[in-house]
Design a protein around this ligand. Sequence first.
Ligand SMILES: Nc1ncnc2c1ncn2[C@@H]1O[C@H](COP(=O)(O)OP(=O)(O)OP(=O)(O)O)[C@@H](O)[C@H]1O
Length: 254
Amino acid sequence: MKILEIKNLKFSYNEHFKLNIDYMYIEKGEFVSIIGPNGSGKTTVLKLLTNLEKKDNGEIIINKKNIENYSKKELFKKISVVPQEFFTSFDFTVENIISSGRIPYETLFSKDEEIIEEVMQRTNTWTFKDRIYNYLSGGEKQRVMLTRALVQDADILLLDEFVSQIDPGYTQQLIRMVKEESIEKNKSVLSIFHDVNLASLYSDRIYIFKDGRIKYSGKPEKIITEKIMKEIFNIECIIVKHPIKNKPQVIFEY
Ligand SMILES: Nc1ncnc2c1ncn2[C@@H]1O[C@H](COP(=O)(O)OP(=O)(O)OP(=O)(O)O)[C@@H](O)[C@H]1O
């Protein structure tokens, strides 16, 4: 079942950048990634999906219902987001920030507190729950934002380079957690990656963006090729098969 569909989506900030998506979808329980060069429109799509920008044209359909027909609260239960950056001018603690993921459920019963603590233990953020968010390192902030999105428990998780500042140990742990959410809880994931190898290893399907359009889409095995990597990113590379998962992995020639 398709949980998210984007049809004929058009948007422009100005004459310099135009986004034009004919069709894009995510199935329930699918892990889908977007890759593409800087400025190709990846983050803009996520902003349109969360109403941070207003589309010029087209349709965004979540669970067979147009996004415009959702109330804010309903939408928060459908979509949770880990943005590239999150700023706050207040001195919120880590626990304050993460707890805000439960706002759409509007209860402060112990059940919510249990959910919050359980997810914080899993992401190892519980140990610094009383620290001020603004004073955390970049990687710690990203872990807090992912934890907030997980406690929100929405059907679709939108991730914008959510491990870009995270060390290898936590990168593996957090991506595995997200993957488990999709496999075990049937959550759908749409994740932007700059690391093509991570996208290839964990995704069921990948969309490759260039110049505000989808240039290629499909299973990693089909579209992570030397020719396409050269065309999209202008890189000289060799594609090898992951020894355990058989997924294509990109190695720079030099
Ligand atoms: N608020 C804005 N006003 C004007 N132009 C913008 C704005 N936000 C983004 N852009 C431009 O729109 C284009 C697409 O930006 P977007 O952030 O979607 O790219 P991206 O593929 O996510 O890039 P990156 O990989 O660098 O994060 C870029 O050229 C960017 O400069």
